[in-house]
Design a protein around this ligand. Structure first.
Ligand code: BES
Ligand code: MN
Ligand code: MN
Length: 455
């Protein structure tokens, strides 16, 4: 083990340099013009798997972006098998002008590496690959059997991964799934995540007259789609911050008293939270704390809204169309398809008869709770404690990783969510970054995880 730590210490600058190469590839999965870059990124991952000594490495094409797979299965029949999952695709970079350095020109400042994908999820995938390499380079073997699955469509809902899992369920069979795509509770406050929210992402388009009209000539008699859309959206939540869609809460698993107690133990400072975000106060569902509201309660948010004149100054116009993108974060045991249906039915019911309203389902994913007493979670708790010198908290998080529930249902393998990111590291925003000490410590913690699991 001291051997492994010494090796990692000595490799630090090499690792940083190699990570930068990974971060230079603009693998934006949602952008058709980056399809070639996404493929190039899959090849980069493939080569990286080769160089660390994985075997049976393959790039599997899908109807969307490819999946990369590799394995190392020499720990023997009695040793457990871990499937590590991550994603090499990234979110778009806009608004570009708010980045300090260009998003695909990774730059180190104040002990952090800045680039799109730095923490979500390339940095964390790379961290895992390097921890496997550390074992292989220092002892020639791994303490457990390991399979590695890195996909290129997580940021667009993992649309093709479900059928891939079903088709390759024996290749992917494992005792534990390990994912590093979540955050720690705070810097120097290590945690393991045991719950993620799901997502139901809808778009509403309200159509009025067949063209934009002069708002003086027609305004008053012709319904304004932007006004109508605003009224529809206003009716989706009530004054207690509850979502008004009929049946929306039917399947919501309530927080247990033990969970609420654990939430209260977490070091949360409401004033500092507001100050860091520069907001006057927090909002949301009555009767719940901030941490509960952002991780264990469902929500509804407008992600974008447009229509009519959006340039500088004033143009008097009654727009012919207005649209909004609305996402709902779901919690166990809500189901994304069920919520999409309830949403569409409710919109249809409240839509004014003077306009036409169209609702489309863009994508989604189901929420998940992972068992907190699995062998994998217990090994991860011990590994984190060894690497950070503190007992990790168990937390739930507000983001979504659509495939988590399917790992548990299709592969019947409990998932361990061992993330080294921080929620303040601007994932999906300009100046995304990853704190390098957490990156290096993450490699160590992951290396310990494999040892602990073998015990
Ligand atoms: N890594 C995130 C999810 C995440 C972020 C979990 C922070 C916990 C803490 C993932 O890449 C992501 O962004 N997922 C999307 C879902 C997807 C369907 C677009 C999300 O949560 O918006
Ligand atoms: Mn991610
Ligand atoms: Mn993401």
């Amino acid at each position: 083990m001291s051997n492994l730590l010494a090796y990692l210490e000595q490799q630090q600058s090499a690792h940083l340099e190699e990570l930068q190469d990974f971060l230079k590839i603009p693998s934006i999965s949602t952008a058709p013009e980056h399809k070639g870059d996404v493929l190039r990124c899959a090849e980069w991952v493939q080569n990286s798997m080769k160089s660390i000594g994985l075997e049976n490495i393959q790039i599997f094409p899908t109807d969307g972006h490819p999946v990369v797979y590799g394995e190392h299965l020499h720990a023997g029949k009695d040793a457990p098998t871990v499937l590590f999952y991550g994603h090499y695709d990234v979110q778009p970079v806009d608004p570009l002008h708010l980045w300090t350095n260009k998003p695909f020109e990774p730059t180190v400042r104040d002990g952090k590496i800045y680039a799109r994908g730095a923490v979500d999820d390339k940095g964390q995938v790379f961290m895992q690959l390097k921890s496997l390499e550390a074992h292989l380079k220092t002892s020639g073997k791994l303490p457990v059997n390991v399979k590695v699955l890195i996909e290129g469509e997580e940021e667009i809902g993992s649309v093709n991964l479900e059928s891939f899992l079903r088709k390759h369920s024996s290749m992917l069979a494992a005792d534990t799934v390990l994912i590093s795509d979540t955050a720690m509770f705070a810097d120097e406050v290590p945690s393991l995540c045991y719950g993620l929210r799901g997502l139901c992402y809808m778009e509403i388009t309200v159509t009025g007259p067949n063209r934009d009209l002069h708002s003086g000539v027609f305004g008053g008699a012709v319904a304004n789609p932007a006004n109508a859309l605003a009224k529809i959206i206003a009716q989706l939540t009530d004054e207690y911050g509850r979502i008004t869609i009929p049946g929306f809460y039917d399947d919501v698993l309530p927080l247990t008293p033990e969970e609420r107690e654990e939430y209260r133990r977490l070091p949360h400072d409401e004033a500092a939270y507001c100050k860091e975000l520069n907001i006057p106060a927090t909002d949301g569902e009555f009767g719940y704390g901030t941490l509960e509201k952002t991780s264990a309660r469902p929500t509804l948010d407008v992600n974008g809204i447009w229509g009519g004149f959006m340039g500088e100054g004033a143009k008097t116009v009654l727009p012919g169309k207005a649209s909004a993108k609305i996402s709902m974060r779901l919690v166990p045991n809500q189901n994304t398809d069920d919520i999409a249906k309830k949403f569409a039915a409710y919109i249809e019911r409240i839509a004014p008869p003077t306009v036409r309203v169209e609702v489309t389902n863009l994508h989604g994913g189901n929420p998940a709770i992972t068992p907190t007493d699995s062998k994998g979670v217990r090994a991860a708790l011990r590994a984190m404690e060894r690497a950070f010198g503190k007992k990790p908290f168990l937390t739930r998080e507000g983001g979504s990783i659509p495939i988590v529930l399917l790992f548990q249902t299709i592969l019947n393998a409990p998932v361990v969510l061992m993330g080294m990111g921080l929620n303040t590291e601007n994932l999906h925003s300009p100046d995304e970054h990853f704190t390098l000490k957490n990156f290096y410590r993450g490699i160590i913690a992951s290396a310990f995880f494999y040892d602990e699991l073998a015990k």
